[in-house]
Design a protein around this ligand. Structure first.
Ligand code: ADP
Ligand code: MG
Length: 371
């Protein structure tokens, strides 16, 4: 089912949880909504599920305006981080339950299933979820990941048109999370249903999503592929939030078209960066550069026009397998430098680093990117 969210605003009293959100999710897509805690992710999912109503705006499933439709008429599945399974029922009985309760609901003229149909559906769900071997176990006999699969199965068996996942893997061991992510992707390929997956974990979002919608303070900041978010952030917030290391920043000032870094006014930025600052008429702002794109300067090599060379003090060195993560002090500004060189760096020694003009991002005072 295609989902369209139009000019959606949600207020809790004075608190604006979502602000003028517009989003189209094509039929059968898998999209990830990423944002820090409090950015409005759960509020958005609850509105889609019909558990909350928007303050302003409209929702469409396909061409149908469902803004005022109650939850039980939407046929939406919602999966949370905890697994609300009945402890006294086996996996089989847990899966059967939603169908049984529909059967009992016949006085409300809801769809009913025969015992045989129920059995076929449960067996099919067990197979789809690859949990046939756990059929007769109780939830307490299953791992977190297995319990979550059963919980997803309990939604799946109702044949929903849209799946909403609200941080479904937060309670699962880090080691198993990778496996569960792959499993959810496979489930999507198999079912081809629209799935909306919410997480606050950027590495999870980057691994899962073809399309990531980044939320901050109730607003969509950027909707893009993982690569686009990483290489082409629209705002400083994106650059800080995405990536294994937040982007490094140094502030600058522009006085009568003479540009100086606040940390060390003697340092000249490459001409092409100065030109961006001048043509955009920025009086002040930040340059940003990623830890992975810094290089160590070799004094035997010539200085080139597109380089900025900064002399820093190494404050800390962390080794993670083949990588070294250096925390640098540059005139009391903290910079992070990640390198795979064989050379061993030592704390409290100095280092000269190169930042290439091509890897510099320019941000204005409001955090908008200008280059
Ligand atoms: P997320 O899921 O991204 O962490 P939420 O959607 O839960 O964010 O919350 C968004 C904002 O709305 C937060 O600032 C939160 O404190 C606020 N909020 C959420 N639910 C309520 C509520 N029932 N009453 C008042 N404020 C709420
Ligand atoms: Mg939440």
């Amino acid at each position: 089912m295609k989902v369209s969210i139009k000019n959606l605003t949600k207020k809790y009293g004075e608190k604006v949880a979502l602000k003028d959100v517009n989003l189209e999710i094509p039929e059968g897509n898998f999209i990830v909504i990423l944002g820090p805690s409090g950015s409005g992710k759960t509020t958005l999912l609850r509105i889609l599920a019909g558990l909350l109503y928007p303050t302003e705006g409209e929702l469409f499933f396909g061409e149908n305006n469902i803004t005022q439709k109650p939850a039980n008429k939407r046929n939406v599945a919602m999966v949370f981080q905890n697994y609300p399974l009945f402890p006294h029922m086996t996996v089989y009985e847990n899966l059967k339950f939603p169908l049984e309760s529909q059967k009992e609901g016949q006085i409300f003229k809801r769809r009913i299933y025969s015992d045989e149909e129920i059995q076929i559906k449960v067996d099919k769900t067990l197979k789809t979820l690859q949990i046939e071997e756990h059929r007769d176990k109780y939830p307490s006999q299953l791992s977190g990941g297995e319990q979550q699969r059963v919980a997803i199965g309990r939604e799946l068996i109702r044949d929903p048109v849209i799946f909403l996942f609200d941080e479904p893997l937060s309670n699962i061991d880090a080691r198993l999370r990778y496996e569960m992510r792959t499993w959810i992707r496979k489930l999507h390929e198999l079912l081809n249903r629209t799935m909306i997956y919410v997480t606050h974990d950027q590495s999870e979002a980057m691994a899962l999503g073809d399309t990531i919608v980044l939320l901050n303070q109730g607003k969509i900041v950027q909707k893009a592929t993982p690569e686009e978010l990483y290489y082409n952030p629209k705002e400083r917030f994106v650059a800080e939030f995405i990536g294994n290391y937040p982007m490094n920043f140094l502030s600058f000032q522009n006085i009568d078209n003479t540009i100086a870094l606040n940390a060390d006014p003697k340092i000249k930025l490459p001409k092409q960066i100065e030109k961006i600052i001048v043509t955009n008429d920025l009086k002040e702002g930040d340059i940003g550069f990623r830890a992975e794109f810094i290089r160590e300067f070799d004094p035997d090599r010539p200085v080139e026009k597109n380089m900025v060379i900064l002399k820093c003090l190494i404050e800390d060195v962390e080794k993670v397998l083949e990588q070294q993560i250096l925390t640098l002090n540059y005139h009391d500004e903290k910079l992070v430098f990640v390198t795979k060189t064989m050379k061993e760096f030592e704390r409290k020694t100095s280092i000269q680093i190169i930042i290439y003009a091509e890897s510099i991002y320019v941000f204005d005072r409001t955090g908008e990117r200008v280059n």
